[in-house]
Write a new protein. Structure first.
Length: 588
């Protein structure tokens, strides 16, 4: 264990001397208060340490001690429904022991050591096992079963395995390996800066269904894909991430509140236990892990929180689960990088960010994907990452947004003008894109309808035509447009208001199944096609725009799933009747 003394303190950066035997990325305890930190640079016997706690009051000469191990997380039963800070300290346990104020130098185990878990073995004595093989299960919450896996680097024959109740630090099996007997417990640790290994990565072929129409229909993300949500203050980044955390078809959600306001994390903590998961009927917290490193917490710990969260997510992915990770926001993480880079007196890049910003972002996003996990059963797991970006003033030409866009394949560009018009989700359909459409087209054709992609394309074309026509309208007025173009404007308004706009607070409209999305598309397009026919036969645009069926189409999204086919048939019949009555009718 390498020991040294503090030479200099500069905010969250501490320089210690006498640390020649320490290694890069070792965890260290700083001063008599035993503040936790990590070595990020070595020069001879001097170590630069980023401290993950408040450093006020530290001075030269105080002791520094290296623990000779990298910053790691504990992985095992007890993770689900936990609330951690950026370095996996359990905030609820700390509050129970120390009160509401977060004390410095607190050492509380990440996983509870006093709780006992029921371990059910699925392997037997004499079985040959390799890293990643499942040897038993623990029912962690009513909906999540933790699969206890052989740790990385262990391979051999099971010599002994026990059933019963155990604490996380107790051993449940012994594996006979060429290097001697290795004990396996319910818990394993993993260094956060190293991605967990897998057998191979799979190409994206299935969408991550979110129940948000603008996402699923227009800009879908693949299961195991990566998406960025950039947008200015107040455009709804956090709201969208909350919606995706609630409704995305993921078995586990890891939500990282990285440098955002504390009241946003409070909303999550208040809402999630109350919300019922539509698939299981249980509380949403029973499949969620929260990492809370808010803007008033030490800045250096923001940098670690992203890695802590994604390592926990990879652990569940390795069990064969589909995991969705929400990072809110990577801009605050990049600001922490910039602050530490400035303290280290490194050469600044664009806007003061370090030159390695792009590569650090890529290392983070590259850990997403659909994979065949380690182990002999070939199970498939997926980790989808959705990162919010908060560019100052909504300017996405700044370095963090640009570096992110070079990496991710889905861009949901939020627009403050849409948010101010109360159009939510405020995703701009003209600037957003998804590069997964070709990969997942086959899945939609097979599982939803062969018409899905064609309908989507027609709706997009209407919106793009509307944008072009709006420029003409602003110059010469609506009356200058032909009847066909005015009808296009009406149909595009229907796409925007009846399809894209979604009420996250409405108990029915907050989630829209793919079959319901398809029916809404069909109604909007049926109105446009039939109205086009009626115009050719001499019907008035004013009459067509004022048909009562328009209101019925707009209300359809509030129809419950069980009634939607019947309601669809009723509206379709009403549309036919009213269209037939428009021919030859004078303007009102």
């Amino acid at each position: 264990m390498s020991k040294g003394t503090i030479k200099k303190v500069a905010g969250p950066l501490v320089i210690a001397e006498g640390m020649r035997d320490a290694n890069m990325f070792d965890v260290v305890r700083v001063s008599e208060s035993r503040l936790i930190g990590e070595i990020i640079e070595m020069h001879g016997d001097q170590a630069s340490i980023q401290v993950y706690e408040e450093t006020s009051g530290l001075g030269p000469g105080e002791p520094v001690e290296s623990l000779d191990k990298p910053l790691s997380v504990e992985l095992g039963p007890g993770l689900i429904s936990s609330i951690y800070d950026g370095i996996q300290r359990p905030l609820d346990k700390i509050m129970d022991e120390y009160g509401n104020s977060l004390q410095r130098g607190v050492e509380v185990p990440s996983l509870p050591r006093d709780k006992e878990w029921e371990f059910v073995p699925t392997a037997s004595v004499g079985d040959q096992v390799v890293a990643g093989d499942i040897i038993g299960t623990v029912q962690e919450s009513p909906i999540i079963t933790q699969k206890i896996m052989i740790p990385y680097g262990v391979e051999g024959k099971i010599k002994d395995i026990k059933a019963g109740t155990f604490k996380v630090d107790q051993m449940v099996a012994t594996v006979e390996t060429p290097d001697g007997d290795k004990e396996v417990g319910l818990m394993q640790t993993w260094p956060v800066r190293r991605g967990r290994p897998y057998t191979r990565k799979l190409p994206p072929s299935k969408p991550l269904i979110t129940g948000q129409r603008v996402v699923d229909a227009f800009f879908p993300i693949a299961r195991g894909g990566v998406a960025a949500v950039p947008g200015p203050f107040g455009s709804g980044k956090t709201v969208i991430q909350h919606q995706l955390a609630k409704w995305a078809e993921a078995d586990i959600v890891v939500y990282i509140g990285c440098g955002e306001r504390g009241n946003e994390m409070t909303d999550v903590l208040n809402e999630f236990p109350e919300l019922k998961d539509p698939k299981t009927g249980h509380s949403l917290m029973e499949r969620t892990v929260l990492i809370a490193n808010t803007s008033d917490m030490p800045v250096a710990a923001r940098e670690a929180s992203i890695y802590t969260g994604i390592t926990i997510a990879e652990y569940f992915r390795d069990m064969g689960y589909s995991v969705a990770l929400m990072a809110d926001s990577t801009s605050r993480w990049a600001e922490a990088l910039r602050e530490m880079s400035g303290r280290l007196e490194e050469m600044p890049g664009e806007e003061g960010y370090p030159a390695y910003l792009g590569s650090r972002l890529a290392q983070f996003y590259e850990r997403a994907g659909s994979v065949i996990a380690l182990g002999s059963d070939g199970r498939e797991g997926a980790l989808s990452v959705i990162g919010a970006v908060s560019p100052p003033g909504g300017d996405i030409s700044e370095p963090v947004s640009q570096a992110t866009l070079r990496i991710v394949k889905v861009f949901w560009g939020l627009d403050s003008s849409l948010a101010y018009r109360r159009h939510f989700p405020a995703i701009n359909w003209l600037t957003s894109y998804s590069l997964y459409l070709d990969n997942i087209k086959g899945w939609f054709d097979e599982n939803v309808s062969p018409e899905w992609m064609e309908n989507r394309q027609r709706l997009m074309s209407l919106l793009q035509d509307e944008a072009s026509l709006n420029e003409i309208v602003q110059m010469v007025g609506m009356d200058a447009l032909s009847a066909g173009d005015r009808l296009k404007m009406e149909a595009a308004r229907s796409v925007r208001e009846d399809f894209l706009q979604q009420n996250g607070f409405h108990e029915v409209d907050t989630y829209s199944s793919l079959s319901k999305q398809l029916l809404i598309m069909k109604l909007v397009l049926a109105y446009y096609d039939k109205a086009l026919e009626a115009v050719e036969k001499g019907a008035s645009i004013k009459v067509l725009a004022g048909l009562p069926v328009r209101e019925a189409i707009g209300r359809f999204k509030y129809t419950e799933e069980k009634d939607m086919q019947q309601q669809f048939d009723t509206i379709s019949a009403q549309l036919d009747r009213e269209m037939a009555g428009t021919i030859g009718k004078e303007d009102f």
